[in-house]
Design a protein around this ligand. Sequence first.
Ligand code: SF4
Ligand code: SF4
Length: 311
Amino acid sequence: MRILSYQRMSTEDGPGLRTTLFVKGCPLRCAWCHNPESISRELSAEWIGVRCMGCHTCVDTCANGGIVAEQESVRIDNDKCIRCFSCVSACPTGALERKGEDASISEIFAELIKDHAYFGADGGVTLSGGEILLQSEEAAELLRLLKESGVSTAVDTSGYCNRADIDRVLPYTDIFLFDLKLADSARHEEWTGVKNGRILENFEYLTELRREASSKFGLWVRTPIIPGATDDEENIRSIADIIGDKADRWELCAFNNLCRDKYERIYKDWNFKSSELMTRERMEALVAAASAAGAKNVRYTGRTRMEEERA
Ligand code: SF4
Ligand code: SF4
């Protein structure tokens, strides 16, 4: 499996205290993506400016001209970089980081099961993206091992996948965290690069399965609340219509801008770099709009502007 990172003690990726595995590769291109380093399936080296002391050891180490010296910094030339990661090993300050690795399922399982002690009755492991279901065969095998060890499992998906991918992980998944970002397909394409038809079909598929007595998995919907993109009440009401009474819970996930640095590291401009956090009042108004439209068990997650200012 091509993985990106582990996040331990996570409280925002499903019930309880969890360890989340992030993987590389995503079919969507959400303009607000909070994990831009997970979008590409390619391995990469990243430069973290605040750690760099400008010694240019990396420039001398790279035999491919993959690092260009600049006055007080260096820049990775991804056209020349062949992902050998010699520069990462040579850098004395950890200013170069490798993003992504290929690991066997047993290696990943061994890493995840170390955290078993803190999962408790509600927590467990969440497999997240990029898009985890692009690697559904490996994900199914990992989920199976976790289930056999008594670990509760969650799959966090954009829903943009084949039905066969869902079928593969279904027997070993306790809860799906399913993104519904924008109800209008044209707007969905404008902001994420793809129409939402396949996502809505997969949502319907999961909800149909839940009506069968033999299916006992949970379903949480998540909607990123992004200023100017998804945060209008019309979108929320339309998503409420889609969800109806079919989900156990609906989370409105407040935009955060902590990923600004990540975009700088991959030399990309980010349209949301100056966007402020949502206010608590705005998030509460959206929860109220969702509830008024008939949605059940709606809540918002993430830091709001007021909490950020207090911190
Ligand atoms: S080796 Fe590390 S510290 Fe030195 S210039 Fe390169 S990135 Fe910066
Ligand atoms: S990963 Fe290898 S090829 Fe790429 S910049 Fe570093 S040393 Fe050069």
